[in-house]
Design a protein around this ligand. Structure first.
Ligand SMILES: Nc1nc2c(ncn2[C@@H]2O[C@H](COP(=O)(O)OP(=O)(O)O)[C@@H](O)[C@H]2O)c(=O)[nH]1
Ligand SMILES: [Mg+2]
Length: 317
């Protein structure tokens, strides 16, 4: 029997098929139900739509109850994004509180953190975005965590020095991440051994250093009891670990803006920086003048000149 479906219905059906979220699917389905011609020829289809709707509603209810989601979109801010990975209760949220402006909940029970929480670590004139995450564990790891870690520029791996099972915990995190296609060897990881104030912390740190994880760059901290000096030191360690340099640009005859550096990988050239300033500079850049430590003021340098930390560039097209 012909169904005589209206263009409006067909349109809604198309949206239903291409919907990216459950919410969008429900909205499109509602419109399909509203615009479907109500006669004998569409009875089976109407029943079909109802069934689909009830399944979708159950799905959203479950998501709401568990607070679980498939993915998160995290707006990047600052010069680099660093994901905070680690076992339950290792002190990720405490560390974020201590070194950024963010105020995530800290608690002695696991799974307090349910969604990614960004915070800004400010080191001198460089802003680095830290992203606090729910825990990584064999018991349960939010399915979207590996993707966030893969997308980040680097990872802070928070390790709990008060935990007698810290070695097993490291293996567990590594296994979960590997299963999520995160290769610890392939990404930039700084191990942050936390809770160094607790009894036996030194011994556990020594144990870690004897394993394969001992090869990772490492820093220790007590996130819950760090002095201002220790916090400042931690920020510098994170900056140094990123292996970047800051450069500034200026217009001829003008002073550079020293508050807003370009942050580029160590080893970058004049051309790499120029590309960040403007796409057109790739073709049009003729030469640059440079000011910096150990260089004659304003000396001309070629496009492939490797810049140093703190250099000031005057780009000529
Ligand atoms: N002794 C000590 N306890 C800490 C330290 N950092 C965090 N904690 C405690 O460890 C527990 C878990 O901290 P939290 O930041 O919520 O861990 P998360 O699950 O990794 O986010 C809390 O009870 C914190 O007070 C630390 O540096 N020293
Ligand atoms: Mg937390």
């Amino acid at each position: 029997m012909p169904a005589n479906l209206t263009p409006q219905y067909m349109e809604a059906e198309k949206r239903f098929k291409h919907a990216g979220s459950v919410e969008d699917k429900i909205a499109a389905l509602e419109e399909m139900m509203a615009t479907i011609p109500k006669h004998k020829g569409t009875e089976k289809l109407q029943a079909d739509l109802k069934k689909k709707m009830s399944v979708l509603r159950k799905e959203t209810d479950q998501q709401k109850k568990s607070g679980r989601r498939d993915s998160f979109i995290l707006e990047r801010e600052g010069a680099r994004q660093l994901a905070m990975a680690g076992a339950p209760n290792s002190g990720k949220s405490q560390l974020l509180r201590t070194v950024t402006n963010a105020t995530p909940e800290v608690a002695e029970y696991p799974y307090t953190t349910r969604i990614p929480i960004p915070g800004m670590l400010v080191f001198e004139n460089v802003r680095l975005q830290l992203v606090d995450l729910p825990p990584i564990s064999q018991e349960y790891t939010e399915p979207w965590i590996p993707q966030i870690i893969r997308n980040a520029d680097a990872v802070l791996w928070i390790v709990d020095l008060s935990d007698d099972d810290v070695l097993e915990s490291l293996e567990e995190s590594n296994a979960v991440l590997t299963a999520g296609q995160v290769d610890i060897q392939a990404i930039q990881v700084l191990m942050v051994a936390n809770k160094k104030d607790t009894g036996g912390a030194e011994d556990r740190l020594a144990l870690i250093k004897e394993t394969q994880y001992g090869r990772l760059p490492l820093t220790t901290i007590s996130a819950a009891a760090a002095s201002p000096k220790e916090i400042a030191e931690f920020k510098r360690v994170v900056y140094d670990f990123l292996n970047v340099v800051r450069v500034y640009t200026k217009a001829p005859g003008k002073k550079p803006d020293l508050t807003d550096p370009y942050v580029v990988a160590r080893g970058s050239t004049v051309l790499d920086v120029a590309q960040k300033v403007h796409r057109d500079f790739v073709e049009n850049l003729k030469y640059a003048r440079i000011w910096g430590e150990g260089k004659a003021d304003g000396i001309m340098v070629p496009r492939d000149f490797v810049i140093d930390e703190g250099d000031i560039l005057e780009l000529h097209v």
